[in-house]
Design a protein around this ligand. Structure first.
Ligand code: HEM
Length: 461
């Protein structure tokens, strides 16, 4: 019998979680940075929420790559461009706190998740969660993706479908099975709704619960998710299981993790994968439908490299580089995570500006991915810009859909694999077509998604 896997991190001293307190930064401290306050009380919030991408572009055009604005009781500084991304994300000195930056967004319902941890504490927990994303585990996830795809594709074939709903259903089924080690058929509609409500409430302006508002729904959702996960924590996972739940439960049995910490990790990982990956999936499907020539390229590549879709080998899927270019180009045009937040832990200098300690500081993949000086014809869909010969000279922080540095996305490989598996199954016998000529309106906060409907049809070839 194989011995159950206990992560080596269990042998390291577990650091204490520190929750730094930050001083409020005043307008006077930021006066050397160009920008504006906006409306009394709300600041720029109404215009930023109404059209996040147009707002960021206006600020960039008017004030440049380093600017300030006021929102939700705080002055914020936003930095745009590859150098800014490197400065903030590739932060070896601990100049920025992810906990401080993300707390106003995720703090109410995702406290204890990886993005809400810093320093040694973050590293310890990250090493632990990373065991669920090692190569052998990714291969196991591939089989789960394939099984779920077969079931869903039977239902979707020849039907007009709302693309974002389709993407969410797939991503949730895969996440549920992969991270909880459960058959996705046991997932209920309420389980899915709970994660939708939790993410939905992260950006609500009203943080008090009132019957029917988003905070009210989020509190129900939090209770629901806890009741879903808690009973699973008293089971002993089979020795061969390496999914996230199994790894974390073994750490609990080893005396290293509390139930609350496990619930926090699972909730955050499932939620973090759910919205971003749905966003990437829907963008990819949309651009493939809009550019049938690329759909044909992708189909040929997938069918040539993976003969039998019921036995997909990780290595074969990873050979499909054109599929990867397409997904990257979709993520460039529609960054699934448009803004990444941090809080300065000390006074810093960037491009001649002082960023005082405590400043809420955002970097903006959404706009960086559209800068003409970096991309040339940035609005054009041209996946070949990710071919090695074209990307070689580009700044390594020009393309950051998954962030970078210590908090860089832990699920990036998982995300690429899920989309590649979806396309392998889908394109074998189907063509993705748009059923409306209307251009979709993309909305970019907290994740990118189509505003209103974006129907597609999976037409039999
Ligand atoms: C296309 C899909 C995805 C995109 C665009 C995306 C994007 C990102 C970004 C930009 C970050 C960094 C945030 C920051 O630095 O502030 C991040 C972190 C993270 N992502 Fe993803 N993500 C995706 C899919 C996933 C999936 C599938 C999972 C889980 C399987 C996942 C789990 C996480 C976690 C746990 C973190 C926090 C890592 C840490 O703080 O150490 N993401 N993601």
């Amino acid at each position: 019998m194989t011995a159950p896997f206990i992560p080596p991190v269990a042998r390291q001293q577990k650091p204490v979680k520190v929750e730094p307190v930050f001083a409020q930064v005043s307008r006077a401290q930021l006066s050397q940075i160009p920008g504006r306050r906006g409306l009394p009380v709300f600041g720029i919030l109404p215009e930023a929420v109404a059209a996040p991408r147009a707002f960021t572009r206006r600020m960039y055009d008017r004030y440049g790559p380093v600017h300030r604005f006021y929102a939700c009781g705080n002055w914020n500084v936003q930095l745009v461009g590859p150098e800014a991304n490197e400065f903030v994300l590739f932060d070896r000195e601990g100049n920025f706190s992810s906990y401080g930056g993300w707390k106003p967004v995720f703090g109410r319902h995702f406290d204890g998740g990886l993005l809400l941890r810093d320093g040694d504490d973050h590293q310890w927990h990250r090493k632990l969660v990373a065991y669920a994303f090692k190569q052998e585990q990714l291969q196991a996830y591939l089989d789960i993706f394939s099984d779920n795809m077969k079931v869903l594709l039977k239902r979707w074939s020849e039907r007009v479908l709302e693309s974002y709903e389709l993407a969410q259903e797939l991503t949730f089924a895969n996440g549920y099975a992969a991270f909880l080690g459960r058959d996705a058929r046991f997932a209920t509609r309420n389980d899915l709704l709970a994660f939708r409500y939790l993410m939905g409430s992260s950006t609500s302006i009203v943080t008090m619960p009132f019957p029917g508002n988003s905070e009210w729904r989020a509190r129900w959702a939090k209770r629901h998710v806890e009741e879903l996960i808690r009973p699973m924590l008293s089971e002993t996972p089979a020795a061969e299981r390496m999914d996230l739940l199994a790894v974390l439960v073994r750490m609990k049995q080893d005396g290293q993790l509390e139930d609350e910490e496990i619930i926090a990790h699972l909730t955050f990982v499932i939620a973090a994968s759910y919205d971003t990956l749905s966003s990437a999936t829907v963008s990819t499907l949309y651009y493939l439908a809009k550019h049938p020539e690329w759909q044909d390229e992708v189909r040929s590549e997938l069918l040539a490299n993976i003969i039998n879709p019921t036995e997909i080998a990780l290595a074969d899927l990873q050979k499909c580089e054109k599929v990867e270019w397409v997904v990257k180009e979709a993520l460039r045009l529609n960054a699934a995570a448009p803004v990444l937040w941090r809080r300065a832990t000390r006074d810093l200098e960037f491009q001649g500006h002082t960023i005082p300690s405590g400043t809420l500081t955002g970097v903006n993949p959404m706009l960086t991915h559209l800068l003409p000086e970096v991309w040339g014809d940035p609005e054009e869909f041209r996946p070949s810009r990710f071919a090695p010969e074209e990307s070689r000279e580009r700044h390594r922080f020009a393309f950051v859909p998954f962030g970078g540095g210590a908090h860089g996305c832990i699920g990036a490989n998982y995300a690429y694999l899920q989309i590649r598996t979806l396309l392998r199954h889908l394109l074998e016998e189907h063509e993705v077509v748009l059923t409306s000529d209307r251009e979709p309106r993309w909305y970019h906060w907290p994740n990118c998604r189509p505003l209103g409907q974006l129907p597609i049809k999976l037409k039999k070839l």
